[in-house]
Each structure stands twice: as structure tokens, then as C-alpha cells.
Design a protein. Structure first.
Length: 156
């Protein structure tokens, strides 16, 4: 029974973040161990997310203080030792690639910002008509592995 009362007192003190002193017990100081903050961007068009930051902040910060510290983010999860904040982004994440005809050759672009990444020294005119049409419209692939496999298929 004595242990249960002591446990409840300690648990209560940890939750409230304060220390109490009784005449027969020494003062107990609860240290702020901090809160791990995870910052993520979620892309509207593909639903994928990227971690854009990890930080350690005071566990005593309130929800409104966290939101003020990270403008443009919304709070997804808040716990005593962790918090996750999310920022919504338009478009697709950087893991989407587009294969397309470029100056008569096969080129790969990053789909989210249309940046030209590389050009394969293969003339589109040498390909089957169906492949030519697909490359004219653009072939979207996801992930570096799929991009590399697709690149190898056209290069061989």
C-alpha cells in the first residue's frame, strides 16, 4: 500500500511537471527530458511524405507554442516525449520520374519540377511506334530502382 501511494505521488508529479515536498520526504525535482520533434512534408498528388527535420525541444512546450515555432505545419501527434508536425505540399514528391522524348532522344526528368536529369543516347525513331507514342506522352515511374530498371530497358 505504501509503495502504491508513493508511485501515485511520483506519477502525478511527473505528469504535472512539478515537485512537491512533504515533511518526511526529500524534494523531488522532475527534469525536462525534452521532446523529439519530427517534421514531415506530405505531397497532395502522390500521398508520399518526406522527413524534413528532426529536433529536440522542451517537453513543457504547449501545442500553440509548437505551432508558433513551426509556421505552416499542423500538429499530427503530441506526446510527452514526441511530436509530429506535418506540412502539406502541392504536387508530387521528388521520387517520381518522367521518361519523355527530348530532342529526338530518350530523356528522364524529375516529375515534380521538370528538371532534366539525363539523356540516353538512343534515337526515339529507332523504337517501335507504340514506344514512340508512349515517350511522346511521357512515361511516369516511381522510385530510383524503377527508374534505373526502366533506363536499363531502353539502353539495352
Amino acid at each position: 500500500m505504501k509503495h502504491t501511494a508513493l508511485f501515485l505521488l511520483l506519477f502525478s508529479m511527473i505528469l504535472t511537471g512539478c515537485s512537491q515536498k512533504s515533511s518526511d520526504q526529500p524534494a523531488l525535482v522532475v527534469e525536462d527530458m525534452g521532446r523529439n520533434i519530427l517534421l514531415q512534408e506530405v505531397f497532395a498528388d502522390c500521398g508520399h511524405s518526406d522527413i524534413v527535420g528532426r529536433e529536440k525541444r522542451s517537453a513543457k512546450e504547449t501545442e500553440s507554442e509548437l505551432l508558433k515555432a513551426y509556421p505552416g505545419f499542423t500538429l499530427s501527434a503530441l506526446g510527452a516525449t514526441h511530436a509530429t508536425l506535418i506540412k502539406q505540399r502541392n504536387g508530387k514528391c521528388g521520387e517520381h520520374y518522367l521518361f519523355q522524348e527530348y530532342k529526338g532522344k530518350i530523356a528522364v526528368f524529375r516529375e515534380n519540377n521538370k528538371a532534366l536529369l539525363d539523356v540516353l543516347d538512343v534515337s526515339v525513331g529507332q523504337l517501335r511506334k507504340q514506344d514512340q507514342k508512349m515517350l511522346k506522352d511521357g512515361i511516369s515511374v516511381y522510385g530510383k530502382e524503377e527508374c534505373a530498371a526502366f533506363w536499363d530497358d531502353f539502353g539495352s
